[in-house]
Design a protein around this ligand. Structure first.
Ligand code: FAD
Length: 474
């Protein structure tokens, strides 16, 4: 038996030992013969897969995951991420729910031997995706790929109708938006660039970019976070002649607050903070740009075509022949193509699938007034979530329309901390989400469940006194 087969046997045993499986307790809904899912999870990345496993552990199995990508290509890992390794430490245990055989380390050692772990520095990006594919397979998670949610339509009967691209619809009691980075808002493209240039002359790092087709050309890259250096390295490796990375700041980002958060319990305990403290913490957090890993920076900087411009914001951008001219305080630069590593904006109002409800969703601006001079527009636009990642209404009159919608994507950052935005947050955030969803399913049916409990009359004890004769004789 090979290592992976043996691990899968161990896992089966651990699932049995920890009481996985068993009959559901939720009450089926009828909707004119149409199937009603207890939970539809939108997004089949690590968050969506692990949410499904968490719900199965709670014996909620009438669930479905949908993802817009082909199977095995969910999330950024093998689509638009261009780093060689993950940026997070290898020892995190984000999605295993405490089952040793389900950890990345167990999966790795099953294939490479028990002594191989020490030699791993950081997890290779492709290996992480392979692990997620394995996770999905061994847990037999119900995923439908190439299914994109276009619209959530709240119905009068407490259900949500999910409109998929292509016209098909699904019915769900609960909808978990495990939709990743872009699912909380959108990638940010500075309007100055979008207005000045045709779409063919620039791309955001979140897009598919054919760097080989730009071989021999000069690229100007805006932004100094980790993705800029990943992309510079990838572009130069594909034959691009020069990549110039421009930072507004005068120094490279060096501090990664996530490392501190992992160390001192912020990943788990952040939700317990009061709103004013959350606001201050996240203002400081968002003030940092995630630095590149040391090896990525070293690789990028080693290419002769690499250049770094510090204290060099783009003041203007204009078309020039079939390229573009970028002007910084240091003067103009001409490029054949521009790449934007300019991050994202979280705001439910930017999400097409939320267009029927976005105006009704409470934002931080609605629920918290920071001290004068400390307002942060980025924070204010985030949804103000309940303790189980549920969207809350601005006006109590809209509670029914939003009931059952959970935002487990980047937009949860301000309310509940790292959660879905990095592996570092998942270990603590997933049980919170699963409890939130399962509690809501239970509470929605509390009247009938309580009535059934009160009426319950199934005997458990079968003994008799005095013993019946045939029993005594036996
Ligand atoms: C370049 C890059 C590098 C990163 N590196 C790290 C790292 O090293 N360590 C780390 O912890 N984090 C890293 N992150 C953060 C990373 O996004 C998360 O850790 C991880 O992807 C979050 O998983 P998720 O399942 O929440 O979201 P995702 O992995 O993004 O999965 C969400 C899925 O939902 C799908 N989806 C979205 N909307 C819809 C819709 N309407 N209908 C159907 N499907 C939809 C998406 O296509 C996607 O497949 C990185 C992010 C990027 C962009």
């Amino acid at each position: 038996m090979n290592g992976l087969d043996a691990l899968e046997q161990d896992l089966s045993r651990q699932l049995v030992l920890t009481g996985h499986g068993g009959a559901d307790w939720t009450r089926p809904r009828a909707a004119g013969g149409e199937h009603v899912h207890d939970v539809v999870i939108v997004g089949g990345g690590q968050s969506g897969l692990a949410t499904a496993f968490g719900l199965l552990r709670e014996r909620v199995s009438n669930i479905l995951i949908i993802d817009e990508n082909p199977a095995g290509y969910e999330g950024p890992w093998e689509t638009y991420a261009r780093m060689i390794t993950l940026r997070t430490p290898k020892d995190l245990t984000p999605i295993d729910f405490g089952l040793p055989a389900l950890t990345y380390r167990a999966w790795w050692e099953a294939q490479h031997g028990p002594d191989s772990w020490d030699a791993v520095d950081k997890i290779l990006r492709g290996d992480w995706m392979d692990y997620l594919r394995w996770y999905r397979r061994v847990l037999a998670l119900p995923v439908r790929n190439e299914a994109r949610l276009d619209l959530i339509e709240p119905l009068d009967n407490g259900l949500h109708r999910l409109h998929l691209a292509g016209g098909e619809t699904l019915l769900a009691r609960k909808v978990v938006l495990a939709t990743g980075i872009q699912g909380g808002g959108e990638w940010h493209v500075p309007p100055m660039i979008a207005k000045a240039l045709p779409r063919t002359r620039y791309a955001h790092t979140s897009e598919a970019i054919d760097y080989a087709a730009l071989a021999g050309k000069r690229i100007g890259m805006l932004g100094g976070g980790a993705s800029a250096f990943d992309n510079a390295n990838c572009a130069l490796g594909a034959g691009v002649a020069e990549v110039h990375v421009f930072l507004r700041r005068k120094a490279l980002p060096r501090i990664n607050p996530i490392r501190f958060m992992e160390r001192v319990g912020f990943t788990g305990r952040y939700p317990a903070l009061d709103d004013a403290t959350k606001y201050a913490v996240m203002a400081a957090f968002l003030g940092h740009n995630q630095p590149p890993t040391n090896d990525t920076f070293a690789r990028a900087a080693a290419w002769p075509g690499f250049a770094l411009h510090l204290g060099a914001p783009w003041l203007s951008v204009s078309p020039d022949g079939d390229g573009a001219v970028v002007t910084t305080p240091q003067g103009p630069h001409r490029f054949d193509f521009l790449v934007l590593s300019t991050g994202l904006v979280s705001d439910p109002g930017l999400r097409p699938e939320l267009r029927l409800v976005a105006d009704r969703i409470a934002r931080w601006a609605d629920r918290h007034a920071p001290p004068a001079g400390q307002a942060n527009a980025l924070i204010d636009a985030h949804p103000y979530l309940g303790p189980g990642f549920e969207l809350l209404p601005r006006d109590p009159a809209d509670a029914a329309a939003l009931h059952g919608l959970f935002a487990f994507n980047y937009s949860a950052l301000i309310s509940l901390g790292l959660s879905a935005s990095a592996l570092s947050g998942l270990k603590n955030a997933l049980p919170r989400l699963v409890r939130g969803v399962a509690d809501q399913l239970f509470l929605d049916d509390r009247d009938v469940l309580v009535a059934d409990l009160i009426a319950y009359d199934e005997p458990e004890f079968l003994g008799e006194w005095p013993p019946r004769e045939e029993n005594a004789a036996a």
